[in-house]
Design a binder for this molecule. Structure first.
Ligand SMILES: *Cc1c(COP(=O)(O)O)cnc(C)c1O
Ligand SMILES: *[C@@H]1O[C@H](CO)[C@@H](O)[C@H](O)[C@H]1NC(C)=O
Ligand SMILES: *[C@@H]1O[C@H](CO)[C@@H](O)[C@H](O)[C@H]1NC(C)=O
Length: 576
């Protein structure tokens, strides 16, 4: 046995051998060198990390981040102290059971089916029960009372073709393709064709260059997950990046954070400061480092409906050679048509050289049935990075473009039918109505004496979402006052605000929305005045749901209580 073949001895053996024999001395020296190299690499790695952290967040930013996370951890321990813990748990439990009472119907009049019926029902019985289910008491989206959620009005849109109803057309499309599954293109050639055509039509809407490609997915979240996966895989394949990071505007959709968790991509949030609420480009630039695999911009974002400075992001992306994803999930079939519908717009699509991928939800303003979206790439090579291919499975060579294996061909047919039934003219007309209504709401917020006194529009929304905040009232009280009037607006946080995402059903209810908002602001203002009159110390009246949740959540250094509440909420969804 030669000396060199004994190298992999344990460190302790090496130290014992140290200096006792010449060979031992040599070995010890080798081990020392190895140890030093490892140490230097370790130090280099941490120096590099520290350097990029400091570069990314600056000295103050780093200090603030450290302070926040120390506070969060300490507060987390505080919440776990025996006395505190039981109190918190009982309050969380109480809140969850209240939620359950609201969401899960119970009582003698309610039939619950928690086992398969021993004998199958007749079609008539099934139909009767389905009808009952669809008519359960709910917030009235049909009357335009719900922000977002249902984007087309069913009857409205396809009227220019002889009064046909879009929902009816979609249902017929389902019926013809219920059994189909695009995983078998030879069995269902029509489905394959429709799917490819949906992608082609959306690519054309976003001015995709020659060679661009895309896929369809089950929704905006999957589209975003796939874009992040593709960027991560590309960076690994082409640059050997093993600790991927991506830079998001803090207002970017939370699906990007989901992608970060699922695919182990570190997230950096870049601020979107008032008054414009667009992502700060200098902050983005500073956060770029050799591990950056993707930049992100929204057109527009969910919270405030603001389009980020995509041209600016594109310049950074192109200069640094990093992919840029533009999230048009919400903008979907509105942003591409703003100009044609006569509204102000901005550049956001593939005409900007740095833009490498775009997500566009057909199931939002494309008016397709829920469960459908697209993700587009500048090249088919980028698309291939999201593919999953397994050449050696015992079940055969397997290849699938996205997360799902088997997929519903019926939804593809429903999506295709919606796109061709509306056509460009249909979408331009819808854009006209929807963005027009959003503008009307925005201008009332600026001009109406009651609204202008207490509410403030956030930034300059160009599309369908109008967000507003208040420096004089608790904006969540306003949200609750609107709920009491039958509205479902979206509560936002950091900073506290609410928004309305205008949809076709809301277009007809916009005037009512203004009226109710005026009333709500007046009532909250009056309640506030009474509270002040009774003295500052007096406990306010019972808070509504939004005010209670966000009032607490906003002030907590560690949101584990909110996490527990949210878990309880998810559990409630599966209570039969
Ligand atoms: C709705 C939305 C998404 C994706 O949401 P899904 O519910 O998964 O379709 C992504 N980004 C923005 C800005 C959105 O509004
Ligand atoms: C709260 O603090 C605990 C530890 O103190 C930590 O593990 C947890 O991740 C924190 N939770 C949140 C949501 O900040
Ligand atoms: C529609 O949705 C299904 C899954 O929900 C998806 O597999 C399919 O690709 C989508 N098709 C289109 C045209 O968006």
């Amino acid at each position: 046995m030669t000396g060199s073949s004994r190298l992999p001895v344990s460190l302790r053996d090496a130290y014992q051998a140290k200096r006792t024999t010449p060979r031992g001395q040599l070995l010890a020296l080798n081990v020392d060198i190895l140890r030093n190299i490892v140490f230097i690499l370790f130090v280099l790695r941490w120096t590099r990390k520290a350097f990029y952290t400091l570069k990314g967040r600056g000295l103050t930013g780093t200090v603030i981040d450290t302070y926040t996370s120390v506070r969060r951890i300490l507060y987390g321990y505080f919440l776990r102290l025996p006395g505190v813990r039981s109190k918190v748990q009982s309050q969380v439990g109480e809140a969850i059971s209240k939620l359950e009472q609201k969401l899960v119907p119970s009582g003698p009049g309610i039939d619950r089916y928690i086992k398969l019926p021993a004998e199958g029902w007749s079609a008539e019985e099934v139909r009767k029960e389905l009808e009952k289910l669809s008519e359960m008491k709910h917030t009235r989206w049909e009357d335009g009372r719900v922000s977002g959620a249902v984007y087309h009005g069913g009857k409205e849109l396809v009227k220019h073709h002889g009064g046909e109803d879009l929902v009816k057309l979609q249902t017929e499309a389902f019926a013809s393709f219920t059994y189909s599954n695009p995983i078998h293109p030879d069995v269902f050639p029509g489905v394959r064709k429709m799917e490819a055509e949906v992608v082609a039509m959306v690519l054309a809407m976003f001015n995709a260059p020659e060679g661009a490609a895309g896929v369809t997915t089950s929704g905006g979240t999957e589209s975003i997950l796939m874009a992040c996966l593709s960027a991560r895989n590309k960076a690994y394949a082409e640059r050997g990046v093993t600790e991927p990071e991506m830079i998001l505007p803090e207002t970017a959709h939370t699906a990007f954070r989901k992608a970060g968790e699922y695919f182990k991509i570190k997230i950096h949030l870049a601020p979107c400061p008032a008054p414009a609420y667009r992502v700060n480009l200098r902050a983005v630039q500073r956060l770029v480092n050799p591990n950056t695999v993707l930049l992100v911009g929204s057109a527009p974002n969910f919270p405030h409906g603001i389009i980020d400075d995509i041209s600016g992001l594109s310049r950074i992306a192109a200069r640094k050679g990093i992919p840029l994803h533009v999230d048009c999930c919400l903008g979907s079939f509105l942003v591409p048509f703003l100009q044609k519908a006569g509204f102000e717009t901005e550049m956001f699509d593939f005409r900007l050289k740095g833009v490498t991928s775009i997500s566009c939800d057909t199931h939002k303003y494309g008016f397709a049935p829920k469960g459908n979206s697209t993700v587009l790439y500048r090249s088919d090579a980028l698309r291939a990075y999201q593919y999953f291919i397994c050449p050696d499975w015992s079940g055969g060579v397997y290849a699938s473009p996205s997360i799902a294996g088997s997929r519903p061909g019926a939804l593809i047919a429903g999506c295709w039918a919606s796109l061709v039934a509306c056509g460009e003219s249909g979408y331009i007309a819808a854009c006209h109505k929807i963005v027009g209504a959003a503008k009307r709401i925005e201008s009332e917020l600026h001009a109406h004496p009651v609204l202008a006194a207490d509410l403030k529009v956030m930034g300059k929304p160009l599309v369908s979402v109008v967000a507003f905040t208040s420096s004089t009232l608790d904006i969540y009280d306003v949200a609750d006052a609107m709920s009491a009037r039958g509205w479902h607006l979206n509560a936002l946080q950091n900073p506290p605000a609410i928004h309305v995402a205008v949809t076709l059903p809301i277009v007809g209810a916009a005037d009512q929305l203004i009226t109710d908002l005026v009333e709500s602001v007046e009532s909250v203002r009056e309640a506030e005045r009474q509270r002040v009159a009774q003295g500052k110390g007096a406990k306010g009246s019972v808070k509504g749901d939004a005010a209670a949740l966000y009032g607490v959540a906003g002030s907590l250094p560690n949101k584990s209580v909110v996490v527990d509440l949210a878990k309880g909420f998810l559990d409630t969804l599966y209570k039969a």
